[in-house]
Design a binder for this molecule. Structure first.
Ligand code: ADP
Length: 487
């Protein structure tokens, strides 16, 4: 097993506040474990509300000087950080596979994907142009300038322990904001390694702070309640997002919410079936199905339903489930036992109501307690819980439909609206369906859509705001209007 780091300094067990590594004032720690085998990796300091307040104060102290640097200076530091992340891909991916479980090759992919956000926003820092607006009166001039929103709080999940951080910290720092980040307690090691690399890159004390602790409620309470924090960027579940939104209302913070999804993946009769199978594999089974843009409901038109199911099953049969460092493994463990239980229950409920298991269908018990077999269910219907619940596991439920209208109605029959996908070779259908899907993102003959150049985000209860792209930095700036009179 490949677990040695070439730069041991990247393994941290303290939080990073104001440029220093700190323990909990209570002296408390909590264990980080490997989801593949339950192995204890390290104990990390368990910080709480008091230290979070200190981090917010440190971020506030650092804010002015950081904002006053030129965009070019900030961009130079961000590029240095980006480069250090790329230089340490193997170590970061090792930490990721250890604490999160995803196959090592996928982990390396995430490090590169994560770094790309820093690189992208280093460039965007220099394009925060204001406007000169045609005036409404002869003796006046109307201008806008863009300024950083101030201290940002970010709360991130465990499924992309690096990319979900860089996607927020990149634009925040580029815009001239400082940040206090609370990573998931399941995956603190990647976050702390990123902080160490930011430190090595010369990002000044207080500009990036990482607070790790098990008491998410207490840390979140400070991040959402402290009046100095002007913005919360959250990625996680819809229930927690709603709670944080309500907490932020008290001090009217700006928020970006990247919440749950229930992605439809529609295969029309006129699709290139082989391409659709590959797209479904990429979208469904990446990260063992634990992404908010994973295909959650695969809707297949009746004319190709059986052929698609058969082709998909052939490919899924080649998957290798196991511990992320083993050669050829494509499906790792789920993050915890509760996740496995949930997936098992969804499958059982569907089967009890008449769905068929085409492949998989159970826990992979021989591998340990946290593995679930890559699964395909056929004959799945809208009345089954799997239609309306985010599976977050390697299970592909195949629903059948007859008409385009029915497919679009089924796809939109959810309070969520993050990613959606469809496969069709018909140009007019491609436009029609793209416009009809009530989603923030649509993959048209494409199953992998996340990257730094495009706006990622949802509608409806999947959240608000966009990350990545030219729009991503807008989440961290205020537009100030200047009216110059008496001219
Ligand atoms: P997931 O199902 O992806 O774990 P969560 O929404 O539970 O989604 O977690 C996402 C992030 O939100 C994690 O960092 C977690 O610690 C944090 N979190 C969970 N509950 C709260 C809370 N009440 N206040 C603040 N943060 C929270």
């Amino acid at each position: 097993m490949q677990t040695k780091l070439s730069q041991p300094a990247l393994l941290k067990n303290q939080s990073y506040i104001n440029g220093e590594w700190v323990s909990a004032t209570s002296g408390k720690t909590f264990p980080v474990t490997n989801p593949a085998n339950g192995q204890h990796l390290i104990d990390v300091a368990d910080l709480g509300a008091d230290e979070t307040t200190q981090a917010v104060e440190a971020a506030n102290m650092a804010q002015k000087a950081w904002q006053e640097r030129t965009a070019k200076e900030r961009a130079t530091l961000l590029r240095r950080w980006n480069q250090l992340i790329l230089d340490n891909v193997e170590d970061l991916a090792t930490l990721m596979t250890l604490e999160q479980g995803k196959p090592f090759a996928e982990a390396k992919g995430e490090v590169a994907y994560g770094a790309a956000f820093i690189d992208w926003f280093a460039d965007e820092a220099r394009r925060l142009n204001g406007d000169v607006i045609p005036t409404f009166a002869k003796d006046k001039r109307v201008l806008t300038i863009k300024q950083p929103i101030g201290v940002v709080a970010a709360i991130t999940p465990w499924n992309f322990p690096i990319a979900m951080i860089t996607r927020k910290a990149g634009p925040a720092l580029a815009a001239g904001c400082t940040i206090v980040l609370k990573p998931s307690e399941e995956t603190p090691l990647c976050a702390l390694a990123l902080a160490e690399l930011a430190h090595q890159a010369g990002i000044p004390a207080g500009v990036l702070n990482v607070v790790v602790g098990k008491d998410a409620k207490a840390i979140g309470g400070v991040l959402t309640g402290h009046p100095t924090v002007r913005k919360l960027s959250f990625t996680g579940s819809t229930p927690v997002g709603k709670l944080l939104l309500s907490q932020c209302a008290q001090t009217v913070k700006r928020t970006s919410m990247e919440l749950g999804g229930n992605a439809p993946f529609i295969v029309f009769d006129d699709a290139d079936l082989d391409a659709a199978v590959e797209g479904a594999i990429a979208s469904k089974y990446r990260n063992a199905g634990q992404t908010c843009v994973c295909a959650n409901r695969i809707l297949v038109q009746e004319g190709v339903y059986d052929a698609f199911a058969e082709k998909l099953a052939k490919r899924v049969a080649t998957f290798k489930t196991g511990e992320g460092f083993s050669d050829g493994v494509t499906i790792g463990p789920l993050i915890n036992v509760a996740a496995v239980n949930k997936v098992e229950e969804l499958v059982k409920e569907a089967v009890d109501k008449g769905a068929n298991v085409l492949i998989g269908g159970s826990r992979a018990s021989s591998l340990g307690t946290q593995f679930f077999e890559p699964t395909i269910l056929t004959g799945v219907t809208e009345d089954m819980a799997i239609f309306s619940n985010e599976i977050f596991g390697p299970v592909a439920p195949l629903f059948k439909f007859s008409t385009e209208e029915e497919a679009v109605a089924m796809a939109n029959n959810t309070p969520f609206g993050l990613a959606s996908y469809f496969y069709s070779q018909n140009m007019s259908r491609a436009w029609r369906v793209s416009e009809a899907l009530e989603y923030g993102m649509v993959g048209v003959n494409e199953g992998l859509i996340s990257n730094e150049v495009a706006p990622f985000g949802g509608v409806k209860e999947s959240g608000s705001g966009r990350e990545g792209s030219e729009y991503g930095i807008d989440e961290y700036i205020e537009v100030k209007y200047l009216c110059m009179g008496g001219l």
